[in-house]
Design a protein around this ligand. Sequence first.
Ligand code: CU
Length: 200
Amino acid sequence: MGRPLLFVIFAGFLLGTIGGAALLLLNTDMQTSRVTTTGKALIGGPFSLVGKGGKEVTDQDFRGRHMLVFFGFTHCPDICPAELQVMASALEGLGPDAEKVVPILITLDPERDTPEVVTAYVVNFGPNFVGLSGSPESIASAAKAYRVSYQKFQDETMGDNYTIDHSALAYLMGPDGEYITHIPYGTPAPKMTETLGRYL
Ligand SMILES: [Cu+2]
């Protein structure tokens, strides 16, 4: 084996190692920032969506109150209704402090969940629930801001029907609109009450 070839092999090995390390670092960084609860977390931000009566609703409309934001869709068979029910119970557990929190469902399925559909749906969980829809673009940008991943899923057995796989975290945002914390799917209502109560 000639020298140049050896050198190429060595350089390739070195580059691969550096690249791998960089990827690892990047990955770790992404994971830690996702669970950051202090400092300025890069979760949330401005959104402009459509609510009750086709009215434009932005994040600014909720300043002065906390937002408890969940992304989902009304055709969801299990996760969304279960989570919205937990949110409702958790808020009930807060007593009068519940007034300080606006529970919000942002649909990931604007195709089927028109503002009428999503606002009618959330009332099942409480009169104070806000349902938001919007253009696919505005939904996508809100989801991106909250780091929500979602993907339409359809197979032959479903016909015209489809479902949406989505991440399921409830985000607590402060009266200034800044991210405070998130509560993972599966958290029991009393635990969510406790977490919310800590920040109100
Ligand atoms: Cu769902």
